[in-house]
Design a protein around this ligand. Structure first.
Ligand code: FAD
Ligand code: UDP
Length: 374
């Protein structure tokens, strides 16, 4: 059978490999000049540092199948994401942990005392938080919310936290010990040769054709089935409206030596226009000392306009209704399946993207053996 996979990010690569290994004819198209989707990494021409071109990416998962899968295609070095945050002219540790609490409130508390202290600040009247703001006030109280979340979130989402879903904040832990690992997952790492090398290896199967700089809309071939990992509203030519996305602008700058001493520093005050600065050589501590210069990205977030790269699905109430209508339209299409972050309009981490693509492979196998497929 002849398949087209639209998009050479993790979602597309996992599906394409599976189909090609099963002996099918597979064409992968991506309109970008490189594979890797938003996880793309490349060596910075001036400094030689491996940069995360579309923003910082740290691999973390609790899924053993996913962890084993990625390791077939690259060496993952141990890497712990330790984020710092600047607020009110001071530097703190994130996610909010015992050090953050003690530094911020000028205390010297142990875990039990800190828990009781924060508990006394948390708004107990909030039983079922309906928004980001309620989730924050019910969890950490007003001072930490204002210092670390209010301004950053307004910059990141362009919306008052009172109008954002609580789920966005639930991504982050609150800890009463000195553990400053940004993630809770048992498996965490950074690919030694970057994510693009991993995805190239996934796509390295005999018989698979990969066309870069090629949008699906310009592709006139016939296929038995298409796996589409691009924006779902774009596939339908925005027929019933555009889904809202945040896009990012990166301001690159180079310095001699080191710049900030950490891979990621968040700027939580609203008076600072960018959300964070990423210093890429800190993502590769095993080779960091080789580089005399350092390359950093200041990151700015804004609402995506026509032609901008879609990064974060906004998913407010209007978007929920629209995506449900698009999903209804997608179900009517018999020869196309939508997957991935853009195809399903969900904020998915890399591991979830891979997990869902592997699950799709299982479903494909099942369907290919049933007589009514396609
Ligand atoms: P994508 O990577 O977006 O790939 C889709 C591809 O399809 C793109 O290459 C695009 O060019 C192509 N395409 C779209 N439409 C068409 C078309 N019509 N024709 C041809 N090509 C098309 N996850 C983590 O696990 N850890 C992190 O630390 C992390 N950090 C992130 C930081 C940022 C700033 C962002 C935005 C995301 C982050 N993620 C992180 C999430 C991660 O980027 C996604 O999980 C992953 O990229 C999803 O892969 P995908 O294949 O579904 O989509
Ligand atoms: N957030 C914040 N301040 C920070 C870090 C995160 O207000 O210093 C908020 C912000 O709204 C963000 C959410 O918490 O979208 C989830 O954080 P995460 O680090 O997962 O950010 P994302 O992956 O969305 O960039």
């Amino acid at each position: 059978m002849k398949f087209c996979v639209v998009g050479a990010g993790f979602s597309g690569a996992v599906i394409a490999r599976h189909l090609a290994e099963a002996g099918h004819t597979v064409l992968v198209v991506d309109e970008r000049p490189h594979v890797g989707g938003n996880c793309h990494t490349e060596r910075d021409a001036e400094t030689g540092v491996m940069v995360h071109s579309y923003g910082p990416h740290i691999f973390h998962t609790a899924d053993t199948r996913v962890w084993q899968y990625v390791q077939r295609f690259g060496v993952f070095r141990p890497y712990t994401n330790r984020v710092k945050a600047v607020s009110g002219g001071h530097v703190y540790s994130l996610p909010v942990n015992l050090l953050t609490i003690n530094q911020f409130f000028g205390r010297c508390m142990g875990p039990k005392a800190a828990r009781a202290f924060i508990d006394a600040k948390a708004d107990k009247s909030i039983i079922q938080p309906a928004s980001f703001e309620e989730q924050a006030l019910g969890m950490i109280g007003p001072e930490l919310y204002r210092a670390f979340f209010y301004g950053y979130t307004r910059k990141q989402w362009g919306i008052d936290p009172a109008d954002l879903p609580a789920s966005i904040l639930k991504r982050l832990p609150l800890r009463f010990d000195y553990n400053d690992n940004y993630f809770n997952h048992p498996y965490q790492g950074m690919p030694e040769d970057g994510y693009t090398a991993v995805i190239k290896n996934i796509l390295d199967v005999n018989g698979m054709e990969i066309r870069m700089n090629c949008s699906f809309e310009d592709c006139s071939d016939d296929f038995d089935h298409v796996f589409y990992t691009g924006p779902i509203d774009r596939y339908f030519n925005f027929r019933i409206g555009r889904l809202a996305y945040r896009t990012l602008d990166f301001e690159r700058f180079v310095e001699e030596g080191d710049y900030q001493g950490s891979a990621v520093i968040n700027y939580c005050d609203e008076s600072v226009p960018y959300t964070r600065i990423t210093e890429h050589k800190y993502f590769a501590p095993w080779e960091k000392e080789q580089f005399s210069k350092t390359v950093c990205f200041r990151e700015y977030s804004r609402l995506a306009q026509k032609g901008d790269i879609p990064y974060y699905p906004v998913r407010l109430v209007n978007d929920e209704a629209l995506i449900n209508d698009y999903i209804g339209m997608a179900r009517e299409e018999k020869k196309i399946s939508f997957l991935g972050r853009l195809g399903t309009y969900r904020y998915l981490d890399m591991d979830v993207t891979i997990k869902e693509a592997l699950h799709a492979c299982d479903v494909i196998d099942h369907a290919l053996h049933s007589p009514e497929f396609m």
